[in-house]
Design a protein around this ligand. Sequence first.
Ligand code: C5P
Length: 220
Amino acid sequence: GLVRVVAVDGPAGSGKSSVSRAVASRLGYGYLDTGAVYRALAWHALAHAVDTSDASAVVDASGDFDLWISLDPAEARVSVAGTDVTEAIRTSRVTEAVSGVARVPAVRRGLTGLFRALVAGAGRPGVVVEGRDITTIVFPDAEARVLLTADPAVRAARRTAETEGADVAVVAASIERRDAADSAVVEFMDAADGVRVVDSTHLDFEGTVDAVLAVIAEET
Ligand code: C5P
């Protein structure tokens, strides 16, 4: 079926999850957080005591990865083999392990196929798909492609405000480490040809949602 795709990429803390969810709600589209799927796979590997720096062990663990994810923008839930991991995938243990899992090429190929199948079967007119390589690898022919960016200091400040008891210097270092690791695998700091940049550094949440909706309206 022809499910329309809006592809949104960006670095850690760019606000792409909350913005993409709001955009999906406004359009009546589904929402797919691909980072949540990478996180769920990292959680699954850790739950099976897999060394996430060992690529072949990670590939083995991905063989019995039984994922369920809600595509409803109003209800972000993820489970693995029937266990709800929605909160567990946000812990620092998973956050620190996920880049190691995501750099394995066989894992990326497998999850890319999974994302395409989830979108095709979404039963919705369209899906907003958000991650790091959605505009370039997963859905390069999406109806609209957006790179959502913000200055590193602003991203760290926003992430810190979201997390109770968090220290901005620790958060900034963690974001910087993850962006460096992830950039070595996929290019998302600069927009590919035809990808529109929305810089949210000087925008509030609603302003960012409106800017993304304006790009979509122009592209379609
Ligand atoms: O978006 P989020 O920060 O939750 O993503 C978690 C991790 O999943 C990223 O740090 C990256 O390692 C990986 N990821 C990826 N490709 C995507 C989405 C996420 O490699 N499309």
